[in-house]
Design a protein around this ligand. Structure first.
Ligand code: AP5
Length: 215
């Protein structure tokens, strides 16, 4: 099964993707994580995209489609992929459809996660991530453990805030979502691939809605 989690910054795509990895043994493909990994390992591409990401703008289609192409052609997971943060433009959606078709694969479902802007801002400005395993925390709903031992990996860790999780970048990220990514809702609806969930519900409730959509 191959699925897309589609939603604005802070909708909970990463949170739910990690749950699906644990529950179904699927492979999470987050273009945001891939780009951040390229930045921190200092590749030429990583350096080129750093400022774009910090401003909250989208990286070029060419770069992200290249990353996804490389992954899909080098791996064939038994339980399929969760695309998290990809596609984000119509060109990326077309490219993904073509890539899957070339590999004889299907796109099984697109889950749209609906959350209003006020909640997105509150979530993003309260987010931190375990530097060891990437587990996501939130000051309001999932606070950092007092002993700084991550509940997921069991390691004493640093809990870091992302460089683009600030009010200015977030404004640009939201604009990019509404202008460049939200047209994908209609694109996948027209193909009969779309299910929408209430991303404002609790994490467990959102997980249950996703399970129902995938049943
Ligand atoms: P990316 O890393 O994909 O960031 P994003 O889309 O902005 O999404 P986030 O990771 O911020 O949010 P999320 O939906 O995963 O929410 P999370 O689960 O963490 O992209 C970063 C940048 O990379 C882009 O701006 C762009 O520059 C570039 N890029 C990436 N992909 C690209 C592409 N395809 N094309 C071009 N450029 C690309 O949750 C957020 C917080 O809320 C957490 O603290 C969490 O604990 C909490 N939370 C989650 N669910 C709930 C809930 N139900 N109730 C309460 N709190 C919740």
């Amino acid at each position: 099964m191959n699925i897309i989690l589609l939603g604005p910054p802070g909708a909970g795509k990463g949170t739910q993707a990690r749950r699906l990895v644990d529950e179904r043994g699927m492979v999470q493909l987050s273009t945001g994580d891939m780009l951040r990994a390229a930045r921190s390992s200092g590749t030429e591409m990583g350096q080129r995209v750093a400022a774009v990401m910090d401003r909250g703008e989208l990286v070029t289609d060419e770069i992200v489609i290249g990353l996804i192409r490389e992954q899909l052609t080098n791996d064939d997971p038994a339980n399929g992929y969760i695309f998290d943060g990809f596609p984000r433009t119509l060109a990326q959606a077309d490219a993904l459809g073509n890539l899957l078709a070339e590999l004889g694969e299907n796109l099984d479902r697109v889950i749209e996660m609906k959350v209003d802007d006020e909640a997105l801002v509150a979530r993003i400005t309260a987010r931190s991530t375990c530097s060891n395993c990437g587990e996501v925390y939130n000051d309001a709903t999932k606070p950092i453990p007092a002993d700084h031992v991550c509940t997921n990996c069991g390691q004493k860790a640093e809990f870091v805030r992302r460089a683009d999780d600030n009010a200015e970048s977030l404004k640009t990220r939201l604009l990019a979502y509404y202008k460049q990514t939200s047209p994908l809702v209609g694109y996948y609806y027209a193909r009969g691939d779309l299910s929408s969930v209430d991303g404002l519900a609790t994490m467990d409730e959102v997980g249950a809605q996703i399970r129902k959509a995938l049943a």
